[in-house]
Design a protein around this ligand. Structure first.
Ligand code: URA
Length: 196
């Protein structure tokens, strides 16, 4: 078990990682980034084409929507750390498989241990499933559990599930749900700040 390691140590290991075959086709790994002023982590699924080219999370169309949703509730990228379950792009943006998720999970665990977030926001089904399992939370489905906050029984962390912004790009109903979820998230952030 590694204690008190820095994000730089984790980033270095991600850049050298060969734990699954995805490293062979990547242009850049995407470890994650952000300022973390509010002790909030946003966790997506995996880098897409733009993220792979730039080595930065959520810089394409889904990222533009995420930026808008965050700014509407007063959050900037300096406030939150943004990363993904998988740090390298799966070919043709396919869903990551279980062995890739297991191989990459070690980095997510290390990032969470290094950052000690108060709130984790799971963007989409894959991230929700992985984080729920990590923190002993009962997660059923995004359509049922989105917009709800769950307290981990094993760590002082609140977990919030919502849709992946990419799912809302061409679906107005999902977009409306996502916008409503962010309003709920704003309240949870305020409550969490108020209880410190
Ligand atoms: N989708 C994700 O899940 N993560 C990104 O970084 C970009 C798109």
């Amino acid at each position: 078990m590694l204690f008190n390691e820095s994000l730089n140590d984790i980033e270095r290991d991600i850049k050298n990682c060969k734990r699954c075959p995805l490293y062979k086709e990547r242009t850049n790994p995407v470890p994650g980034e952000g300022g973390f002023k509010k002790k909030i982590m946003f966790i997506g699924e995996a880098p897409g084409k733009n993220e792979d080219l730039q080595g930065r999370p959520f810089v394409g169309k889904a990222g533009e929507l995420l930026d808008r949703l965050m700014s509407e509730i007063g959050l900037s990228r300096d406030d939150v750390y943004i990363t993904n379950v998988i740090k390298c792009r799966p070919p043709n943006n396919r869903e990551p498989n279980d062995s890739e998720i297991i191989a990459c999970r070690t980095y997510l665990i290390r990032q969470i241990n290094a950052l000690k977030p108060k709130i984790i926001v799971c963007l989409g089904r894959i991230s929700s499933r992985v984080i729920a399992q990590m923190f002993n939370i009962q997660f059923t489905s995004i359509s049922r559990d989105h917009g709800k906050v769950f307290k981990s029984p094993i760590r002082p962390i609140k977990v919030f599930f919502t849709y992946h912004p990419a799912a809302a790009l061409y679906n107005r109903v999902t977009l409306r749900d996502l916008e409503e979820d962010f309003k709920i998230l704003k309240k949870i952030i305020e409550e969490t700040e108020g209880s410190q």
